[in-house]
Design a protein around this ligand. Sequence first.
Ligand code: NIG
Ligand code: FE
Length: 390
Amino acid sequence: MASTAITHIGTLITNTPSLGHGPLGQLHDAALVIEDDRIAWIGTTSQTPATDSHHDAGGRAVIPGFVDAHSHLLFAGDRTAEFTARMSGRPYTAGGIRSTVTATRRATDAQLAANLTAHLAEMHRQGTTTVETKSGYGLTTADESRALRVARAHTPETTYLGAHITAPEYADDPDGYVALVTGPMLDACAPHARWIDVFCERGAFGADAARTILAAGRARGLLPRVHANQLGPGPGVQVAVEAGAVSADHCTHLTDADITALADAGTVATLLPGCEFSTRSPYPDARRLLAAGVTVALATDCNPGSSYTSSMPFCLAVAVREMGLTPDEALWSATAGGAAALARDDIGHLAPGARADLAVLDAPSPVHLAYRPGVPLVHAVWRDGRPVPP
Ligand code: NIG
Ligand code: FE
């Protein structure tokens, strides 16, 4: 078994309180040993055991790789004109999804895969080591299933979102579309997906349709998650909690009852600051969620409409500036929080036995991620115990 040490880590964030100081389990002048794809040892530089190879971090900070638990990377084209119009005052309505559906259906498998891998490479360069990604821009059985097949070659965290909007062909027969999504489309997609998602929102799917869709997915072994309460108050969070969803995503417009329901059920709230930023919407109040005991995750929501950023450092900085998270809380939410939102216990933290997924920062402390927004601070990324080529 090949072993590698990384030593002289200025600040090491383990997200494992028993290994260091505070809730993030911080260590200084730290070192870690990797064996194959796992962390084998964590301690101080002076105590590092002998290993086959050795990297000196030169005082840089090391954090667990970011876990981006919400993205939509199976698409073609972009929506520059829609963004420009929005920045001149036009509101975001999700109606633009249709134009991405048209472009995505026209794309070849190779074009779809190339677009996906280009965005994944962008994410890796910015410190992300796990990416969840969704279908939802195909809306036919063939287009949804090929999107998931393409995605599955690159990540195990694939989500079937046939219920993004009603397909244009079913505009006059929304019930017929729900029957397709829960019938033949589900049959074709389930083998390539781990999760099922539904956009539960006025203009997309109501509470009853969302319940039907999530139940059908569950019956096929898919785990539920929900786009909830993004554009306004509504039933999304309650539907997510009832369905036993691991995560309710967006959570922009929440009542006290929604927050209590999330806390009581242990459902993660995955917040997507890039979306509020790019749609000029009010940000959710993360402090209110944390005060109620809700687990908060941060993700990019990377998609060509509402949030075309692939950068977890950007989202983390916006969450600190606009949502009330401290830099430490935002870092936890972007790593361990994302792992919770994906029900994964092998990622999002660094400890013996955990996957060796980490980012080395050109900074002495990870606070710099929020303190120096927009500055490319990711020096190197390791995934499955190996450096990811730049
Ligand atoms: O998460 N809310 C629904 N879906 C995406 C936006 C999709 C789009 O505008 O293309 C979201 O924000
Ligand atoms: Fe989304």
